[in-house]
Design a protein. Sequence first.
Length: 186
Amino acid sequence: MTLNEFFEDLDHYESPIPLEELREKMELLKVNLPDLNGALRFGEKNYRRTLLHKGPAYEALLICWSHGQRSPIHDHRGSACGVRVLCGSATETRFELSGKGYVHPVGTDRLSEGETTASADADIHQVSNLQGDRTDLVTLHVYSPPLRSMRSYSIDSSDPEGTFGPAFRSRQGAVAERSDKKINKS
Ligand SMILES: [Fe+2]
């Protein structure tokens, strides 16, 4: 299934896409990275998110991560999320809340190129590019319903740091871009 066929399929949904259906469809995707050329943008300091497509029940973001970049520890506040690794390998650490409100890690997975993972709205996780040799990571994220806000957490605090959504996106969009636009592969 090409990316355009994938979006045409998802555009038919009027209500949130069931998580397992989203995962199965993302596993069938065949993405040709050069086709995404205009969206392959890296930030010098932070990972860079670009909206690829939006339908009634979802939005699809391309995220480019240079070596060492990572997301906050976060949940998705009402949106399920499917992630497909398009280039490189991603590290996903999952967290749970303790009774006193602190988050603690409960597992880490390495997702190789071509692999898909899916998480429910309340799941807490962190995605990182921990590859060596300055290797880049490119991931496709589908949020259903479209992401409105996320809550970030710190392992040092029992208070979530509030929500970030559109403001977070524009903050990411404001960062300087890496001058070389080529993808660094291992
Ligand atoms: Fe996430």
